[in-house]
Unconditional design. Structure first.
Length: 284
């Protein structure tokens, strides 16, 4: 079975770039949302060094909830990456077209809705920003740019997300195995919603194992990973979720450990697809 050690050994011999499709960068000096966590300083250079040591040269930077709709840290990192990397931002519906064009030029390819964070969005009426209104306002503009909508959501949110995308051609990208943790029964209705999303061309991120109620080495998720893979086929991408904000700064998981569940649960061809061809298609 493929392992990150094998990837590292052969990376110099391969011409196809490998991607880490879900990570965050933080500037300790940047303002954060009130009542939320204060991140440690985690600049782009740190993850570039770590990823390149394991054979990954392309990164997808995802806006963390702690910065809200202020994407300055992410956009500055994309600018420093000089076109190597891609980004997923958080935006208000009022964003103007000039700002969207400028972000696209830097490498932004998607907008994220976070339904999990305490300072994120909500699908419930009267709770924070209206996701439905934001989605409907932004989706025609995202379609024109060729962008997608990325969702950090729980399984119970999937039916509502499926309904939104049933009325929109903008692709969905589902964070962290679409939230399908090991305790979701095989006959639970949310699997039907996930199947509907997959049938409409949605993508899924193989990432965030420790966010799914599992402990390392995350073997409890193997069946869920395989089931999700059967639904999504070639539309799966892998992400490390660095710098792992669920952990103390001095107790971060090893970079290789974030790939091991995929290497164990899926085939070598699926592994390669998730870090090479699939990301190149999604983030072109």
């Amino acid at each position: 079975m493929t392992s990150l050690e094998t990837v590292q050994d052969t990376a110099a011999e391969r011409a196809t770039p490998r991607w880490d499709c879900h990570l965050h960068v933080f500037d300790a000096g940047a303002a954060v949302a009130a009542g939320h966590y204060r991140p440690a300083h985690r600049p782009l250079a740190d993850i570039e060094q770590l990823a390149q040591a394991s054979g990954f040269s392309r990164l997808v930077l995802v806006q963390p909830s702690v910065y809200g709709t202020d994407n300055t840290v992410l956009l500055e990192a994309l600018r420093a990456g000089q076109g190597r990397h891609r980004g997923v931002v958080v935006l208000p519906p009022s964003v103007d077209d000039a700002a969207l064009t400028a972000m696209h030029a830097l490498g932004v390819r998607g907008v994220r809705f976070n339904l999990v964070s305490p300072v994120g969005d909500s699908l419930k009426a009267g709770e924070g920003q209206s996701v439905q209104d934001s989605f409907q306002a932004l989706s025609p503009r995202l379609q024109a740019l060729g962008w997608h909508v990325q969702w950090y959501a729980s399984p119970d949110d999937l039916p509502a997300i499926a309904a939104l995308h049933a009325a929109s051609p903008v692709p969905a990208v589902l964070d962290h195995l679409a939230g399908m943790h090991a305790d979701v029964p095989a006959n639970h209705p949310v699997w039907q919603a996930l199947e509907q999303l997959a049938a409409r061309g949605a993508w899924v991120k193989l990432s965030g194992w420790y966010r799914l109620g599992a402990a390392a080495p995350y073997e409890a998720l193997d069946d869920s990973i395989r089931k999700v893979a059967r639904l999504f086929g070639r539309r799966m991408v892998w992400g490390s979720d660095w710098p792992h904000t669920a952990f103390a700064p001095d107790a971060l998981p090893a970079y290789a450990s974030t790939w091991e569940p995929v290497a164990r649960a899926l085939t070598a061809n699926q592994n390669t697809l998730a870090w090479e061809q699939a990301p190149a298609a999604l983030y072109a």
